[in-house]
Each structure stands twice: as C-alpha cells, then as structure tokens.
Design a binder for this molecule. Structure first.
Ligand code: MG
Ligand code: MG
Length: 257
C-alpha cells in the first residue's frame, strides 16, 4: 500500500534528509586519493549519531555499514572496506538517516582528481536525469512519466539504464510503495497525489545495462566492468510541485562547484 504523508510528516522527512545531505558534505571534505572507504563510513556514522540520527542502512536486511560506497564499475550497495580511493576513480555514496521515526535517503557520485571525459559526461547526464525526473513528479502525472524522462535522457546520450534496481516510496520505512523505475512508459503507473514521498535515483551505466552481483552478496556491478553513476533525492509531491527534501548544496559548498 502507498502511504501518503501530511505536512508535519513531510517536515520530519525533511529533517532526516537534511542530515543525510550534511553527512554527504562531511564526507566530501575527506574524498581524496589514499583514503580508505571504511574511513568515510566511520566519519558518516559518527556525524549522523552526533546530530541525533541513526544510520538508516546499518543492519538493514543485514547490511554491515552506514554507507553504501560503490566505486567505478560498482553500481550500488558496495560495502566500505580498506580499499583506497585513487586519482581518476568515481565513487557513489548512498547515505540513509533514521530520525524521529522517518527515513532520509540520498546519493551522490563524487570524482576523485581528474576523471576521464566520458566518465565526466556520465556523471553530468546522470544528475540531469535526476532533475528531469523530479520535474515530472507533479500531481496528476504518473510514475511512468518520471521513468520515461530519465530513460530518454540517459539513452539519448548513449548511456544505459539499470533495470533491476529502482527508486521507491520512503517514509516510516526505507522502502515503501510505489517502485520508481528509471525506465518505462509515459502515462503508466501510479497517478501522483499530494503527500506522496519518493526517492528518485537514476543508476546509469557507461556501457551495458546488465549487472551482476559480487561475491560479498551485496555489491552490484556492471557486467562489462565499465563505470556506473548514481544520484538520488527524496522528494515530496505537493499541490504546487515537487519539494526536494534532500539537497546537494552542502556538498557543492565543500567542493566549491
Ligand atoms: Mg539511497
Ligand atoms: Mg533509495
């Protein structure tokens, strides 16, 4: 079933998402060559707890850490480890916070040093996909309108859309109905009403859309080993348009972009 949120609940969701966004900015300060991804996880967990939240992903279905950290060909659900970031890598960091009974969920893909031009374009287009999808998240539109906008923009730029992993409703539970695929047809799916809160999260690949699961039982990777990007915002659908509850502005302040 789909849970619609009232204004009070949406404000609580905003608080959780703002802490996610500030945690991302804290991590951004430490993104550089030589940093172990487990270090980023420790920074995030400490920051979240210091600010009154609980890491939303920790122990979720048995996930062992606070962040999903997915490097290069890893699409999502990468496990933090002693692996070090290096120049030319991209790293997708998905962060969740549980606070006041509500989940925040947002993801950002960072570049480390100078990355390949094709990969730069992948990051730019994936972020554009996110915002094009959000533009379609308006009352009276259907979920398929979001999906279609994302897929068109990704494929028009020569990239591919992961099928198996999708966006979702979010609220008291990290994953609620409806699913929000990053591919699909206009005019299909749930009709959006005020109070619907969803996480829109394009996962876009440079090469094939086909994914495989790593030996750790979590990490999702591209089959061809080419890079994948992931950007995610949680948004509330309101009468006057989409209200983006998470933000990248704190990250951008740190990165000076
Ligand atoms: Mg997420
Ligand atoms: Mg999500």
């Amino acid at each position: 079933m789909v849970y619609y949120k009232n204004d009070e609940e949406i404000e609580l969701l905003r608080l959780s998402n703002q802490l996610v966004s500030k945690t991302h900015a804290e991590i951004a300060k430490h993104i550089k060559p030589g940093v172990k991804t487990i270090k980023l996880d420790q920074i995030a967990e400490e920051y979240i707890r210091d600010h009154g939240g609980i890491p939303g992903f920790l122990n979720y279905n048995g996930f062992p850490n606070s962040l999903c950290i997915s490097l290069n060909e890893q699409v999502v659900h990468g496990i933090p480890s002693s692996l070090e970031l290096k120049d030319g890598d991209i790293v997708s960091i998905d962060c969740g916070v549980y606070m006041n009974g509500y989940h925040g969920d947002s993801a950002y893909t960072f570049s480390i040093g100078e990355v390949d031009n094709k990969v730069k374009k992948l990051l730019k287009v994936t972020m554009e996909c996110l915002y094009l999808g959000i533009e379609k998240a308006i009352v009276g539109n259907r979920i398929g309108d979001i999906s279609y906008a994302i897929q068109q923009h990704a494929e028009n730029n020569g990239f591919s859309v992961v099928r198996e992993m999708v966006g979702h409703g979010v609220g008291r539970n990290l994953h609620e109905k409806p699913e929000v695929p990053n591919y699909g047809r206009r005019g299909k799916g749930l009709k959006m009403k005020p109070g619907l809160v969803i996480a829109i999260e394009p996962m876009i690949n440079l090469g094939t859309k086909t994914i495989v699961q790593g030996n750790d039982g979590w990490t999702i990777k591209t089959k061809d080993g080419l890079p994948s990007a992931h950007f995610e915002h949680s948004i509330a659908i309101k009468k006057d348009g989409p209200d983006i509850l998470s933000t990248f502005k704190y990250i951008e302040e740190v990165l000076n972009i």
